[in-house]
Design a protein around this ligand. Sequence first.
Ligand SMILES: Cc1cc2nc3c(=O)[nH]c(=O)nc-3n(C[C@H](O)[C@H](O)[C@H](O)COP(=O)(O)OP(=O)(O)OC[C@H]3O[C@@H](n4cnc5c(N)ncnc54)[C@H](O)[C@@H]3O)c2cc1C
Length: 438
Amino acid sequence: MPVTHATGWGRTNFALSRSEQPESIGQLGDLVTSTKDDRGILAHGLRRSYGDSSLNSGGLSIGLENIASISIAPETGVATVGAGASIRSLEYKAREFNLFPPVVPGTGFVTIGGAIAADIHGKSHHVTGTFSSSVERIQLLLASGELVNLLPTGESASQFWATVGGLGLTGIITEADIRLRTIATPFVQVEETREPNLSRLLNALKSADSDFEHTVAWIDLSGDFRGRGVVGKGNYENHPHPSRNKQSDGLSFPNIGKVSLINPLTVRAFNEVWYRKPLASGKKSLSAFMHPLDGVQHWNRMYGNSGFFQYQFVVPDGNEDFIEGVLATMRDAKVASFLGVLKRFGAQSPAYLSFPKPGWTLAIDIPQGVKNLEAIFNSLDEELCRREGRIYLIKDARIRPEHVPVMYPRLNEWQKVRALMDPSNLWQSDQSRRLNLC
Ligand SMILES: Cc1cc2nc3c(=O)[nH]c(=O)nc-3n(C[C@H](O)[C@H](O)[C@H](O)COP(=O)(O)OP(=O)(O)OC[C@H]3O[C@@H](n4cnc5c(N)ncnc54)[C@H](O)[C@@H]3O)c2cc1C
């Protein structure tokens, strides 16, 4: 069995594991039942999780890339998708039928298995909720080798909701039924506004939520870190019509593919260009709007060999001063970062470990090597706990284990369901061991 070297998207965590890519669900079942290993088994997708969620050092790591078929029933709008298929390939196939997945993340290079295991969210969270809101069935391979169908209601509901957001620790997702939404055209009507400071940015985002299905803000992480930024808003185009402008390039990031060294000068220049760019108004292709970074290959290498963390948190309404405090902390620590994304979340999903809850979420890329970074993170985490906020586990590489039950108060319920599904503790990851999740 080959041993491979793997890393999360942030390139801060590495693992050596034995790796397999079974050709079929039957072969996958044989592999799982024949593996006896103290370090257990973990499925992985396209390794777009940032830290160690998809890594299993010293154990078995199973890639689902060969289990990736997609079939769509246009009359019901339901897609049956192999867990290794990417969101991007589902989008392409769905568009042939004027359909589209209702919830997509900022990159299309995420598998259906990874999307369910993280209960991902998109720019539409305030309207559609998380990815699981469109999942009608999960087919899961249990540690016993049994293949089960889990549904969001009824007898299997607790196992369904433990698997959603369950970080691959309840079994291997092999297939799912996803309810798609109809679209009139493959375009989104986009508007942008430029906001000079944080309070204007927050107000603009808040008021956009009632009129737009997709809202997000890019926040300037350079200079005085006062929270200026650009708010992007979009709705699916209702019917084909000529655009007010020619097709807008609005939310795509400028080409930063050739930038290999991050320093305060390159970051300041990038942020300045982005803030001053002409605002978009008009139609934009769905994939360019939904996945603005996908045009730049391997942009995660820009942060150099030591990699970067993505600090993504959510705080309830009324804690806007925490966001301000995080920006001030980043300024004082002289963080140089290209990416800061701010968004409002709507209602919490029924999944025990789902990340989004009502309030504000901010995601910031922070290069490894910033002075006192660990102490900075820990003190922000402590403050987050006091404010009933939480860190997104799928982006985490360094949180302390004692913070997890505070941030995720249903952890204990999840652990009980999980223990019944996997009494021998077969499913493990570097993250599950680091955070004592199981
Ligand atoms: C540029 C970029 C933009 C992003 N934007 C967003 C966003 O807008 N919203 C958001 O929510 N997230 C976002 N993410 C995070 C990403 O959606 C998640 O990390 C997702 O889980 C990655 O899926 P993957 O297929 O790469 O899975 P991996 O990273 O390989 O694995 C992630 C987890 O899923 C589990 N898993 C994978 N496949 C299976 C399976 N078949 N069965 C059981 N468990 C499985 C793994 O064990 C692991 O715990 C973004 C990431 C990047 C790099």
